[in-house]
Design a protein around this ligand. Sequence first.
Ligand code: AMP
Length: 462
Amino acid sequence: MSELTFADLGLADPLLRAVADTGYTTPTPIQAQAIPQVLQGGDLLAAAQTGTGKTAGFTLPLLQLLMRSPSRQAGRPRALVLTPTRELAAQVEESVRVYGKHLPLKSMVMFGGVNINPQIRALRSPLDILVATPGRLLDHVGQKNVDLSAVEILVLDEADRMLDMGFIHDIKKVLALLPAKRQNLLFSATFSDEIKSLADRLLDNPKLVEVARRNTTNELVTQKVHLVDRDKKTDLLIHLIRERNWFQVLVFTRTKHGANRLAEKLDKIGIPAAAIHGNKSQNARTRALADFKSGELQVLVATDIAARGLDIDQLPHVVNFELPNVPEDYVHRIGRTGRAGSPGEAVSLVCVDEFSFLKDIEKLTKQSIERFTIPGFEADLNVKPEPIPMGGGARGRGQGQGRGQGQARSGQPRQQHNGKPRHQTESKPAGHGHRGAPARAPGGPRPQGGSGRGRGGAPKTS
Ligand code: AMP
């Protein structure tokens, strides 16, 4: 049987031409499922992680549904896409432009952290598709710059993250401004009870599409843990970047301060690096991202929320300089690589303080991640774990883009002391690297199953 094409999905010619221009030939599974469903006009509940091609999955049919009667009214969009972060909003709107380039439809993006006036000016022109973060959208609503009473299609993109960031009240306010009769599309990587109840309230008899089990990681991403002492992490990162000629590395830290410090250190020793996080101006973030994509910057150091939705084609390396305290963030972080069919590597630099985070991640993703030791960076697993300082205080996420309402789900520094680290054994370096004794850190039996990757506990040299 021949492979499915975009034409098979019922897309119109101007959209097929735009897709062909991007070079994509085969729809991804989420596109194959979502596009025909959305074209039929009903509500949709889609379980899809970033990297699955979900953006085109809703953008293409949305453009097709709107293409016949472009808006003639200023500031009165016919489709509204809500996203949790500025970066994701910008990228979704970019996709709208790319896929809609042969159509007469108008789009705009709005988010906070930038001057509102250009957005007000843009709202004085006809508008079909508005991509927005909830906070800034409500600011415009308050100023009566935008009228949501003509919205025919609502998309909630990365709805789980919007709830994590405390946007539920803003979302409810927006929903109250929309016409009752409309098409709703809800995309979420995970399905908490909160998401389920939002879906129950919002969606009418939705079709369900699901392409990845929730909280699973992408098979194309090779995951590794490098056990290392906490004060050797920077040196190990530099070593890896240099030894392995890593040219495009996205590095995650837990805090904004940590991101700045690391980027400065790398830059100082001649590895071009910049940090992006919520305290940076939008312009600085956009510039850093553009320089990273173009290859001018070798390393981009990011915090979780700032990196959410970052779409970098064929990003080969993601490094968790620090493990996230919220295990779902691990899945999102490593989802930056291994996108749309290209392989990637996700390396976590883990010190004894982080074993409980590692355990949570392995529990969530139902896999064990293989441990490796880099010669010269053998960790002393007998040192006493220290509590982990959280950048954002008890908020745990260390970021503040959610209009000050972000909730930490597990934001308390975790104590894993009892005098001893919870892992059981450690391996001793035997000449080159570790051999022999299995290091079953962190403690307790290993979850089995999952991807089948990375079983067996002995750290390997890599
Ligand atoms: P998303 O999950 O929407 O963030 O998309 C992830 C990446 O996949 C983006 O870089 C897209 O440009 C790319 N992409 C989307 N659809 C396809 C496709 N059908 N074939 C190959 N790449 C795609």
